[in-house]
Design a protein around this ligand. Structure first.
Ligand code: B12
Length: 132
């Protein structure tokens, strides 16, 4: 069965092109994807996680003043019963260092090279995407 990835931009975030590119990369690596798209409220995101049960949620944001909100998404998604791996990316993650906590369940992807590494690990370690 294909692994599932859910992709979204946080609320009030219209910078969507990078997220779309990333979701296509996942499809090219054999994943089933669902794109919630730009400006996705947290409640919508957590509901989609509980319903669709993705292995991974990809969050994107490009505006620096959305850092706090991104943190709230990470915390909210970590509290879902399903507990998917959370990948966080976008212009702010690529260009700045900032104090969000990376754990086994939460990874920040600043460069596409890191995503290649992720695909490599998950292909050799099978379905368990957490702990890559
Ligand atoms: C296109 C663009 C827009 C478009 C977005 C269209 C769309 N559908 O995406 C529109 C016109 C809507 C827009 C609006 C605004 N924008 Co604008 N926009 C840009 C611009 C020119 C390019 C962004 C882009 O698409 N880059 C290309 C993509 C491919 O790059 P990326 O998003 O970084 O994605 C890469 C990685 O980050 C990564 N990635 C992305 N997401 C994810 C997710 C995961 C899970 C992973 C693993 C990786 C990953 O993968 C991609 C490939 O490498 C940038 C300037 C710039 N040079 O970046 C400004 C920029 C981001 N915008 C900016 C601003 C200020 C705004 C507005 C506030 C302007 C205004 N006054 O209205 C609004 C805000 C709208 C909103 N609420 O979101 C500023 C932000 C400054 C800041 N301090 O944060 C920038 C930097 C311009 C500037 N220099 O001032 N914008």
């Amino acid at each position: 069965m294909k692994k599932k990835g859910l992709f979204l931009c946080i609320e009030n975030e219209q910078h969507f092109l990078g997220l779309k590119m990333i979701s296509i990369l996942f499809e090219e690596h054999g994943w089933q994807t669902k794109l919630l798209g730009a400006d996705s409220p947290l409640l919508h995101a957590t509901h989609a996680v509980e319903q669709w049960k993705p292995d991974l949620v990809g969050i994107s944001f490009s505006l620096t003043h959305h850092i706090e909100k991104a943190n709230a998404y990470i915390e909210g998604l970590q509290k879902t019963k399903h507990q998917p791996l959370i990948l966080v990316g976008g212009r702010v993650v690529s260009n700045y260092k900032f104090p969000l906590v990376q754990t086994n369940q939460v990874r920040f992807i600043a460069q596409l090279e890191e995503l290649k590494e992720f695909f490599h690990y998950q292909s050799i370690r099978g379905i368990k995407v957490v702990d890559y």
